[in-house]
Design a protein around this ligand. Structure first.
Ligand SMILES: [Zn+2]
Length: 291
């Protein structure tokens, strides 16, 4: 199947709950696998009227949804699958209202489903250090109103974005923009020796003692990129800035207000999509099989 994953494709692959359950089984256990009860590499057949399969060798029952977000949910598997499909295929994020409208569940259920899917996306984020050339840029997001401009705007959450050029995007809430905080976030996420591009907030000297090849773009002086002969690298933070641009617009248009408490989850939703953009089927299966 191509990486295009249309609504038509979706309903062809998942016409009903049985097809969805079969997919959970395949993603989590595969067609043949070693039975946990008898130790035989066995096939498993569906048990009628139960969300379970039975081992062909010993008859032991296996519930493929055990431990997933589908377990014990009164929402049908196909509805869950469709909401996950929305998360995978959207560009701007999925609001509780949209889930409520599209699949016909209550707003409360819709909101909970969205949060559970975001939690899976948060967990799926890797812990590998970023290396090579990494862009760092902070932003202020999620206030009620545009409010004051510039740093320290009221009601906003401060977030730090990191993008490995040609690689992964990562983002997290930070408590403040003190020197020690910025340095700690960098040390925790970026491998020493990497080239790091930041704006002037990460002032000269902040990262130099830690072995980074650090370049600062002076946004205040309308400088947006420069070539660094010492490290043979072009310093700019355009990739992180585009991420923030999309994130802010999407939050404003679909969620209106996101509290600080949930901000990391929304960030994870967007970095997850950004990191798997070319692999929608992989993204989908990763969420289906997550426990
Ligand atoms: Zn068995």
């Amino acid at each position: 199947m191509s990486e295009k994953f249309t609504v038509r494709d979706f309903f062809k692959r998942f016409p009903d709950d049985d097809a969805c359950l079969q997919h959970v089984m395949e993603v989590r256990f595969g067609a043949r696998h070693v039975c946990a009860a008898c130790g035989v590499e066995s096939t498993f057949h569906r048990i009628a009227k139960r969300k379970a399969y039975a081992c062909a060798a010993c008859g032991a029952h296996l519930y493929p949804c055990a431990g997933t977000i589908f377990q014990d949910s009164r929402t049908s598997l196909q509805t869950w699958f469709y909401v996950i499909f929305l998360f995978v295929t959207t560009r701007h994020g999925v609001s509780g209202k949209e889930i409520e409208r599209t699949v016909g569940v209550t707003y409360k259920t819709a909101w909970r489903m969205g949060q559970q899917i975001r939690q899976l996306m948060e967990k799926a984020d890797g812990f590998d250090l970023m290396r090579g050339h990494v862009e760092l840029d902070e932003a202020y997001v999620g206030g009620h109103r545009p409010g004051k401009r510039g740093r320290g705007a009221a009601g906003k959450t401060i977030v730090m974005g990191m993008k490995e050029r040609g690689g992964r995007m990562s983002a997290e809430v930070i408590p403040n923009i003190k020197k020690a905080t910025l340095r700690e976030v960098t040390l925790r996420n970026v491998e020493p020796g990497s080239i790091v591009s930041t704006d002037e907030l990460m002032s000269y000297g902040l990262l130099d003692g830690d072995g980074f090849k650090h370049g600062t773009v002076k946004h205040g002086a309308k400088e947006f990129a420069y070539y660094d002969y010492r490290h043979d690298a072009t310093h700019h933070t355009n990739n992180v800035e585009s991420f923030w641009w999309l994130f802010k617009r999407s939050i404003a248009s679909t969620h209106i207000h996101v509290s600080q408490k949930y901000m990391n989850r929304y960030l994870a939703e967007f970095t997850f999509r950004s990191n798997y953009r070319q692999m929608r089927n992989a993204m989908f299966d990763l969420l289906i099989g997550a426990v």
